[in-house]
Design a protein around this ligand. Structure first.
Ligand code: G
Ligand code: G
Ligand code: MN
Length: 579
């Protein structure tokens, strides 16, 4: 940088009169006025088009090219006292400016780079956090979806997921014609294990069962836990009944090996019901219901597995119509209980009555229980029908108590009832509501009902007995219960099947059976009831054989509640009157 003050240096004094330029003619320039008031001013003078007429300046411009004219204020103690006018070679100034500009660019570039790096890191961190949060949300959603579709204990799909998969199979099957099977598995001795070894052992066992079932099956099959000790297996594209049976056999075999639970080897067999789509059902619910029926058949026959057999009468319109009418019959008051007296043989006193169901259909008239009870069992109505019977019987018993009539009431149970572990609690509640002592209620269960699931039946019967409810084995001799098992079943009463009683005076064999049954019952400490007592002759034989109680047409048919009460009063059999 060169200062041209040697060639031309003009000094102004700030207190000099305005415009009193010492060397120049003409008024002061704007730049000069600005410099005198304290600010540095500059101006570029072009050599090509000199803006000034001063000779010195023009000479300088010729020699050095473009010039920068700068006015610099001269300050003394903060006051501007004058100004320099300086000429700088513009090329040098431009070079210096260019260098400064480049340096500035560099600084700005570096600054921007640093800023970019910092901002980038902040943004990256923020977006990472956002991504993590989104992933967490997704995981959470997946987890709760998994939870809603799976059983927490075994981790297997639950009923909802099974239903969904079955639905998919149904839709697919309509297009491809493929057959799907549903296997319903109920463990035979789970309840006993759960009750005796505790819930923890039960849990371990259920998990093990789940693992074993999964191992036997293909990946495309679905094993679901439906609750309690019930499992469902959906076999898509199973290859018909033959394929389903092959799988059922494999499943049954897999469950036959004992399960190690807390140092014990437990035998847990399962009963498997098989139903097929589209052969047996059109919907999932129907499929479940059919498999359920097959499963109870497998339990009853103790065959391990059974395929659903369509009822020959299923196609019978009137039968189906009846089933749907039964659904509303109770609510419409068409179903009522009749009471048949049970008579103590020694005293002739009536000690109880058996409640027998009657359905008065508005167009078909009276329908026998033999016709509609199996219908209720097949359509899933039996539970509500049984609860209706128990509730009505308890209500009737309450009326007897209120009137000072000292009688027990008996109600019949069917297969499904005894497998329902909820039953004892429901009965306890109904007794409590009416304030009827438990020993006023007796439940009649047939051998076949007991043998369908002996362990569970024993569990339910034991709980009923613990509550004080009496239990009788109905139709004894018609089934095939094992005496060994019977010995351990905590019942109070044995009812000899009426087929033996009806013919006992004509058929020597029947007489022997009746006598043996009475002796057997007494040896087991049970009370004996003879059903189907129609004649005086049979009554006398039974009495001499030591039978405790008689029931039959000789005494009376079953009667409606009010009629039964009138009969009781007029016969003088309640209390201590003799036969
Ligand atoms: O009387 P009777 O025809 O009513 O009985 C025919 C059959 O129906 C008998 O085996 C009897 O046990 C059964 N039965 C009658 N009432 C009921 C009932 O309320 N529930 C069940 N499960 N069976 C009943
Ligand atoms: O299976 P359960 O014992 O519950 O059946 C009782 C059935 O026996 C009812 O159908 C009832 O009407 C019928 N019953 C009751 N007493 C007699 C009788 O003396 N003779 C005949 N044949 N049936 C009877
Ligand atoms: Mn009965």
């Amino acid at each position: 940088m060169q200062i041209w003050n040697r060639n031309r240096q003009v000094v102004y004094r700030s207190d000099a009169p305005r415009g009193a330029r010492l060397t120049d003619a003409g008024g002061p320039s704007d730049e000069l006025i600005a410099a005198l008031s304290g600010t540095t001013e500059s101006e570029v003078l072009s050599a090509d088009h000199p803006p000034t007429s001063e000779r010195d300046v023009r000479k300088l411009l010729r020699r050095h090219g473009d010039l920068m004219e700068v006015y610099v204020p001269i300050k003394n103690h903060g006051h501007t006292v004058g100004a320099f006018e300086v000429y700088l070679q513009n090329a040098a100034t431009e070079a210096a400016i260019a260098q400064d500009t480049n340096r500035l660019y560099l600084v700005v570039l570096l600054g921007l780079s640093v800023l970019y790096a910092v901002v980038f890191r902040i943004v990256a961190a923020a977006s990472r956090r956002l991504r993590d949060h989104a992933a967490e949300l997704r995981r959470h959603a997946e987890r709760s979806e998994h939870e809603s579709l799976h059983d927490p204990l075994t981790g297997l799909p639950n009923r909802m997921l099974l239903r969904d998969r079955a639905h998919q199979a149904i839709v697919r099957g309509r297009r491809t014609g493929e057959e799907t099977a549903l296997l319903l598995i109920d463990l035979d001795s789970f309840k006993e294990i759960n009750d005796t070894l505790g819930h923890h052992s039960g849990d371990v066992l259920l998990r093990e069962v789940g693992i074993r079932l999964t191992r036997v099956l293909r990946e495309s099959d679905t094993v679901a836990r439906l609750g309690g000790d019930e499992f469902g297996i959906l076999l898509p594209d199973v290859g018909g009944e033959e394929g389903a049976v092959t799988v059922a056999r494999a499943v049954h075999r897999a469950l036959q090996h004992p399960f190690p639970v807390q140092g014990l080897m437990l035998d847990v067999e399962g009963s498997i019901g098989i139903a097929l789509l589209p052969a047996h059902a059109e919907s999932f619910d129907e499929l479940m219901q059919r498999a359920d029926i097959a499963m109870y058949a497998a339990k009853g026959r103790r065959t391990g597995y059974e395929v659903y057999v369509p009822d020959a009468t299923d196609g019978d319109r009137s039968r189906l119509k009846l089933a749907s009418e039964l659904r509303d019959a109770v609510a419409r008051g068409e179903v009522v209980l009749h009471y048949q007296p049970k008579c103590e043989m020694r005293s002739g006193r009536v000690t109880g009555a058996e409640a027998l169901m009657r359905w008065y259909h508005p167009t078909h008239g009276a329908i026998a229980p033999d016709r509609f009870i199996p219908l209720a069992e097949r359509s899933g109505l039996i539970r509500s029908l049984t609860m209706f019977a128990i509730e009505s019987a308890i209500a009737e018993c309450r009326r007897w108590i209120d009137d000072g009539v000292d009688l027990a009431v008996s109600v019949n149970l069917s297969t499904r009832d005894l497998i329902d572990v909820q039953l004892p609690d429901d009965i306890a509640r109904l007794l409590g509501e009416r304030n009827v002592p438990a020993n006023r209620l007796e439940l009649e269960i047939t051998e076949s009902v007991i043998m369908a699931d002996p362990l569970r039946a024993r569990g339910v019967v034991s709980r009923l007995r613990d509550m004080g409810v009496n239990v009788a084995i109905d139709d004894f001799g018609s089934g095939y219960s094992s005496l060994g098992y019977l010995k351990r079943l905590p019942v109070n009463e044995l009812k000899i099947d009426k087929s033996f009683v009806l013919g006992m005076t004509d058929d020597e064999g029947d007489g022997v059976i009746v006598q043996s049954t009475i002796d057997l019952a007494h040896n087991l400490g049970l009370r004996v009831v003879a059903e189907g007592v129609e004649t005086e002759e049979v009554w006398e034989r039974l009495r001499s054989m030591g039978c405790d109680i008689a029931q039959g047409y000789l005494i009376s048919r079953a009667m409606a509640g009010s009629e039964f009460r009138r009969w009781l009063d007029s016969s003088g059999r309640s209390g201590s009157a003799a036969a």
